[in-house]
Ligand binder design. Structure first.
Ligand code: G6P
Length: 522
């Protein structure tokens, strides 16, 4: 029975080296026929998007990440030239860094790369660096600032301490106004200044033309600038300069990444649903989650190098699909929650709950056929390798979950290579786009992320006011509530801010047994 079903629904594409097993999602036999009209509408909408339609209506933007790997698809000659020209300049720049034609401010060859970015401006480069990096063989070592955590920043700077004169810094922000990234940029610049290095000769910006970051990079005459376009979303920017420049500098074959994505695009553009792996995936998500996110998506690659894939997909899927309103303006609260790390490691953590606890998820296993690059494997038991065990645990966990009516998909790929990674990225980009069409939402905006940013700005403003009150000549030690009243701020926020300031010795605290009676002064 399962063998029959497995064969019936097995999607295999030998030229991509990819197969997809959807047989363990228990959709009924008429599921595809029933979904076909919706699937065809979704595929047609994606074709429109690729032709340059305004696919992100409320931001009035085209959605052009598919053009990045096939510039001929771009709707105008200007866009085609921008894509091919940027790709050429990325390769040219990387070659000059590698050869030493471009050197640091003290004349040393660059050996290290610090990427400063967050969200879509960090997750792709992190995924690629981790998946494809080769210790001691990479052309450059990559480090990241992807937060405004001072201790996290110090951790990275400590690693770079004696190598700053050989470090290239890429500040990546599409909008050029993201505060975490600006803070990272300022912290990095301060570290260079402290080391008496001319940081402008080490800094590169990847950002939208005319953005704040672009203006800074221009005014300070940074080493180079690369473009980010408004028709590429942050979470689909891995195959723009955002992902390609760090990868090229690391020494990764970016042409192979692009070719893998282009080959996947060709297949996932197909109108024949059964032969379109992205359509199959999107339809499985729809069935598994009832088309309303009823179940979570657990991503479980049996491959250490894909550890960051679930994190990457978290943004791609959740920021794209997690929407309050549909395209008609109705409240739908859509989305699919994504989590996962890697197998078999996770088997020793949360798989217990997956098998026996609340059945609110479906798994996507990612199986990689190639164990390791042609090296002789040792035997851990007669005739058995570590790689045999890795597969054994994948198949074993899959069986144990199926037995308990826990549903799964398996994506099998040949190896982990630049081409395969390009394929996987393109597969999920298209599946997300198709799924968004199935549930009638805009996958390409993120109206929900602004609220937290605005509230954070208000916190910073309140901190300034509290400090001003504490600095006043007649200031007396006061409680958080008193200080909040004085500046017209929220007492709970004032309490949180003052506790943080006290912990960092920016204010003095006279502690009281009742924490809300503690008094603060400068
Ligand atoms: O690249 P940036 O403009 O700095 O944006 C970085 C990230 O921050 C935003 O808040 C968005 O939610 C993300 O989609 C974006 O990738």
């Amino acid at each position: 029975m399962t063998w029959q079903r497995f064969q019936k629904y097995y999607y295999n594409n030998a030229s991509l080296g990819l197969s997809l097993d959807i047989s363990r999602i228990p959709f009924p036999d008429d599921f595809f026929a029933n979904m076909e009209p919706a699937a065809q509408r979704a595929i047609a909408a994606m074709a429109e998007l690729e032709r340059g339609a305004i696919a992100n209506p409320d931001e009035n933007r085209m959605v052009g990440h598919y053009w990045l790997r096939n510039a001929a698809l771009a709707p105008t000659a200007e866009l085609r030239d921008a894509i091919t020209g940027t790709l050429a300049s990325i390769k040219d720049f990387a070659a000059k860094i590698h050869s030493g034609e471009i050197k640091g401010s003290t004349g040393k060859k660059f050996t290290d790369l610090l990427v400063v970015g967050i969200g879509g401006s960090a997750l792709g480069p992190q995924l690629v660096q981790h998946a494809l990096g080769q210790p001691r063989r990479d052309k450059m070592d990559i480090h990241f600032f992807d937060n405004t955590d001072p201790d996290g920043i110090d951790y990275v700077l400590d690693t770079l301490r004696r190598r700053l004169d050989r470090t290239l810094v890429i500040v990546i922000s599409k909008s050029g106004g993201t505060v975490e990234t600006r803070n990272g940029q300022l912290e990095a610049a301060a570290a260079f200044r402290a080391a008496k290095l001319d940081y402008a000769k080490h800094f590169i910006a990847i950002t939208g033309a005319g953005s704040k970051l672009d203006q800074t990079a221009t005014a300070e005459a940074w080493l180079a600038r690369f473009p980010m376009w408004d028709w590429v979303g942050g979470r689909t920017s891995e195959l723009s300069a955002v992902g390609l420049l760090p990868a090229a500098l690391q020494g990764i074959d970016i042409d192979a990444m692009l070719a893998g994505a282009a080959a996947m695009d060709e297949v996932t553009r197909r109108a024949d649903t059964a032969r379109n792996p992205a359509a199959l995936l999107a339809l499985m998500w729809h069935y598994a989650t009832d088309g309303r996110g009823a179940k979570d998506m657990v991503i479980l690659p049996y491959k250490d190098r894909l550890l960051l894939f679930s994190r990457y997909l978290q943004q791609l899927v959740m920021e794209s699909l997690g929407k309050e309103l549909d395209l008609a303006g109705a409240v739908v609260n859509q989305g699919i929650a994504v989590y996962g790390n890697k197998g078999s490691t996770d088997q020793h953590a949360y798989v217990q709950q997956l098998r026996e606890g609340v059945n609110n998820f479906f798994i996507t296993f990612i199986e990689v056929l190639k164990d390791r690059p042609a090296k002789t494997a040792i035997e851990v038991e007669p005739g058995i390798t570590t790689g045999d065990y890795l597969q054994g645990f994948y198949l074993g966990t899959r069986a144990a979950l199926t037995e308990k009516d826990r549903h799964s998909i398996t994506i099998t790929v040949a190896d982990i290579s630049p081409r395969t990674l390009g394929m996987l990225i393109a597969l999920y980009e298209r599946a997300v786009g198709l799924y968004a069409n199935l549930v009638n939402i805009n996958a390409y905006h993120q109206p929900g992320v602004e609220a937290g940013k605005k509230a954070a700005t208000a916190v910073i403003a309140l901190k300034q006011k509290l400090m001003a009150a504490l600095r006043a000549p007649d200031a007396k030690p006061a409680t958080a509530e008193q200080l909040a009243a004085q500046v017209g701020g929220d007492p709970e926020l004032a309490f949180k801010i003052l506790e943080h300031l006290a912990a960092n010795k920016a204010v003095k605290k006279k502690a009281n047994i009742n924490p809300f009676k503690s008094k603060y002064r400068l």
